[in-house]
Design a protein around this ligand. Structure first.
Ligand code: PLP
Length: 357
């Protein structure tokens, strides 16, 4: 049987509703993100039912899949020059930082006779995408160019934090972005309606009412799955944290020593040097799931007496000695998928069936 991941759609809805309700108190709109689930339709519908204003994704392929859903779409990753046609066809908004890309968006939008909205990304310290906030001349130059291009509309500025450099959003760095937006508004006499302030790492500030006035848009993905805020790694109150679970099949059960025997190689097949604790003879199950299926680090057995010992490309080894359940070959073992890396790789895996429930 194929390994299955289950998406708890009610949990997705509950978390997103809480987020949207809180954001609305401060006039902040929320883009619901489908990249973590590779554009899963039931997930996207749950986000919409919970009240998000946009569907957003980094990959145009996912938004293309969702094109029949009547809501504005936003491409989160700067478009590839080679995919501009699709970006114009399947989205109304994109996050941008490159003038060549923006010119190309303009050309294609004019040809297709549509208006495409641009959020200009400003880097306030995390060192992923965007124009560095101190390079004001470059920011003004790019704004000046955009507002004179046909087919596109400069809808706002945005920033992304806690993705590469691990920089948290703060009142201080948010104010840098708000100031830049204000300067652009005055200098070019434009409304620039959106200031898009970030991602899951802003949730704590949001619930504490500390997001500075001016930030009016957030784009949230990973916390919806984990129920955990990014800065301190704390559970978000009243959010569901069991969104993704997995079920995989046992293919072997054997009693074996807990330390390998023989000459130890310098490292295993994955370049790791493992330390084994001698716990005597243990009952071990092999599950037909491995690192080629997904990142296995976030797999936590629902049966808490089971421990994950490790995995190779296609075999996951678990210790079932302490379990009261009488496992046998052919049975399924359930896991909570607890980390973002594990969730996104499971969702993208062709070997794993995705089921919403
Ligand atoms: C992935 C992404 C987000 C969402 O980030 P999370 O921390 O997962 O909420 C927001 N903005 C951009 C540009 C992204 O690429």
């Amino acid at each position: 049987m194929k390994t299955k991941v289950y998406i708890n759609i009610n949990g997705v809805k509950k978390n997103t509703q809480s987020l949207v309700t809180e954001a609305q108190k401060y006039g902040i709109s929320v883009a619901g993100i489908t990249k973590g689930c590779c554009g899963n339709e039931a997930f996207a519908q749950a986000l919409l039912e919970a009240g998000v204003d946009f569907l957003a994704d980094s990959r145009i392929e996912n938004l293309e899949k969702l094109q029949h859903i009547p809501v504005e779409k936003m491409l989160l990753r700067s478009p590839k020059l080679s995919e501009i046609e699709k970006v114009i066809s399947y989205t109304q908004y994109s996050l941008n930082s490159d003038l060549q890309v923006i010119r190309s968006l303009s050309e294609v939008a004019v040809r297709k006779n549509v208006k495409h909205s641009i959020i200009l990304m400003i880097d306030i310290g995390d060192l992923r995408e965007g124009i560095w906030y101190e390079n004001l001349n470059e920011i003004y130059h790019i704004v000046d160019t955009i507002i004179h291009l046909d087919g596109i509309y400069l809808a706002g500025v945005g920033t992304n934090v806690t993705c590469f450099g691990g920089i948290m959003p703060t009142e201080e760095n948010y104010k840098l972005l708000i100031k830049i937006a204000d300067n652009i508004r005055q200098r070019f006499n434009i409304t620039l309606p959106i200031i898009s302030g970030g991602n899951s790492s802003s949730i704590q500030m949001l619930y504490e009412g500390r997001i500075p006035k001016g930030i009016n848009h957030l784009r949230v993905n990973q916390s919806i799955y984990t129920g955990i805020e990014i800065g301190q790694g704390q559970q978000i109150p009243n959010w569901e944290n069991r969104i993704v679970t997995l079920e995989a099949e046992i293919i072997e059960i054997q009693v074996k020593p807990s330390t390998p025997q023989g000459t130890i190689a310098k490292m295993n097949a994955f370049g790791e040097i493992k330390n084994f604790k001698d716990k005597g003879m243990r009952k071990r199950a092999i599950i037909a799931l491995g690192r080629q299926d997904m990142n296995i680090e976030g797999l936590k057995p629902v049966d808490s007496t089971i421990t994950v010992e490790g995995a190779s490309s296609d075999h996951l080894i678990v210790d079932i000695t302490d379990s009261n359940a009488n496992y046998s070959v052919g049975q399924l073992i359930n896991f909570n998928v607890t980390t973002y890396a594990s969730i996104i790789t499971a969702m993208a895996s062709p070997f794993i069936e995705k089921i919403s429930k």
